[in-house]
Design a protein around this ligand. Structure first.
Ligand SMILES: [Zn+2]
Length: 487
């Protein structure tokens, strides 16, 4: 049936570009209507780039912005993504990217993995994590488009339910949870909300005198804008017009990884605290002080709760890192969202005597799916292992999803599949010169502390850095502490 329709109505183009013809049959018309709505959910996964139009198709993942912005004014119709790929080295043609795109788009494009020899371009369903189209996910996205917020019983309440679960699981004080809950119900006692309940209450912002909505209070006041400035690349200021503070919060809530979410919520809480402090006690912190204070407060709190995840020493932790069996090597790998912007990658290799052999760390701006970042950390580590002939590897990651992908080879149409292919290929090269299989294992984060620390170094470099003789200073005490467990 699909083939018949294709032959008749869009013989020369793919379904994404099909339009209703002059004499459409009833069935095609009724198919096209929902198609127009769900087409937003499809994007391309770049293979050889021959099928993808640079300025017309959605092909840059990890962004809701469908198309790149054209940097020069010259019109380049019909430019295909294939012409951005350097055939000889099988990678992006960097000078061309520089000439055509703005920096943000360049960064995102260079994160798209390419295979050599190239694969075909394929269409990926962006509404499902694994990129595979299903009626269920399509229905959900259609439903959400048609019932943006009225549908309390279904998608919207489902959405809220998933926030509750996330909010209640956040390692923050109950009063902060209640504060977060209030934002998501749009009942935070900001000026405009108070005014609607209490007559003659002032609705002005205590900082600038404009009407104080949730969004104004938490993001748009001059004072809060200034304090968010260092995070502006993280999309803090996106989704501006027409959005309420609640929408902004809920959207941000969905897009942050857990760790980032803790920070985001801590900052919001501090903004609110300072706003009240200013209103009732007439005290005021400088905007620039808020983020550092909020992050210090968060790390103190986590430490007190014993849920510390970062580079704290656990010299006597019985479930910490374990050395590999004699004659083999262990590589720990991790990725993380950095303090203010970007993602970090880290890998560390040690032998069975707990000796340090090498570390790899890197930093990139922009965002990507956490599991993809984890896969890329592993690629960086394995490339280095192969270059230096480190073999008989046991590879540990604290990303369950990635290990499952590598173990079971679950179906996936997104870029993750390409990264996993790359990982398997690097592993098989490694196996070829050692004759020993590379093993994968999931470990809890506390057994992955050194890699975690490397992934969060947040140094000033923006390329992959490699240490082989001696470890970078920031992981030394942690390495010593883990070693001390076995002496
Ligand atoms: Zn204000």
């Amino acid at each position: 049936m699909a083939r018949v329709l294709k032959a008749r109505y869009f013989p020369r183009c793919d379904i994404l570009n099909a339009k209703i013809g002059n004499n459409p049959s009833y069935i095609w018309r009724s198919l096209v209507k929902p198609k127009d709505e769900i087409v937003d959910g499809f994007r391309w996964r770049v293979g050889d780039g021959e099928s993808i139009k640079v300025w017309d198709d959605w092909w840059i993942p990890n962004t809701r912005k469908l198309l790149p912005v054209q940097q020069d004014n010259e019109i380049r119709d019909n430019l295909r993504v294939s012409s951005l790929i350097d055939r000889d080295n099988g990678w992006w043609d960097i000078p061309k990217l520089r000439a055509l795109f703005f920096a943000n788009d360049q960064t995102e494009i260079m994160k798209i993995p390419l295979r050599n020899p190239p694969t075909n371009d394929i269409v990926v369903w962006s509404e499902a994590d694994n990129g595979i189209y299903s009626v269920k996910t399509a229905y959900r996205s259609l439903w959400q488009n048609e019932h943006p917020s009225v549908d309390e019983d279904n998608s919207e309440s489902q959405r809220l339910k998933s926030y509750w679960r996330k909010i209640w699981r956040l390692p923050v004080q109950p009063k902060v949870k209640i504060f977060l809950w209030r934002i998501s119900r749009d009942i935070l006692p900001v000026g405009t909300n108070v005014e609607s309940r209490i007559e003659e209450a002032p609705s002005d912002c205590p900082f600038c005198g404009l009407p104080e909505t949730q969004l104004h209070c938490l993001r748009d006041c001059d004072w809060t804008r200034r304090l968010w400035q260092p995070c502006s690349d993280n999309g803090i200021f996106k989704q501006g017009e027409g959005f309420s503070g609640r929408d902004w919060f809920l959207n941000s809530f969905e897009s942050h990884s857990n760790e980032n979410l803790q920070r985001f919520c801590a900052i919001l809480w501090f903004i609110w605290k300072e706003r009240c402090n200013h209103m009732f006690n007439n005290k005021k912190l400088e905007a620039e002080e808020i983020i550092p204070k909020a992050l210090d407060w968060l790390s103190d709190y986590l430490q007190a709760q014993g849920t510390v995840s970062a580079n704290m020493n656990h010299p006597s932790n019985p479930q910490g890192w374990r050395p590999p069996p004699s004659g083999s090597f262990k590589m720990n790998s991790d990725a993380g969202v950095l303090r203010l912007n970007g993602i970090g990658l880290g890998c560390v290799l040690r032998d069975w005597n707990e000796n340090f052999l090498g570390a790899v760390a890197g930093k990139e701006s922009g965002t990507c799916r956490p599991v993809e970042a984890e896969a890329r950390a592993l690629v960086a580590g394995l490339r280095e292992a192969n270059r230096r002939g480190w073999s008989a590897l046991i590879v540990e990651s604290d990303c369950m999803k990635l290990i499952q992908m590598l173990d079971k080879g679950e179906e996936d149409r997104t870029e993750l599949e390409i990264w996993c292919k790359e990982i398997r290929e690097l592993a098989s090269i490694n196996e070829a010169f050692s004759g020993k299989k590379v093993e994968w294992a999931f470990v809890p984060r506390k057994s992955n502390a050194v890699a975690h620390c490397l992934a969060h170094l947040d140094g000033s470099w923006d390329q992959i850095c490699i240490w082989t003789d001696s470890p970078p200073y920031s992981i030394r005490s942690l390495l010593e502490a883990e070693k001390a467990q076995f002496v």
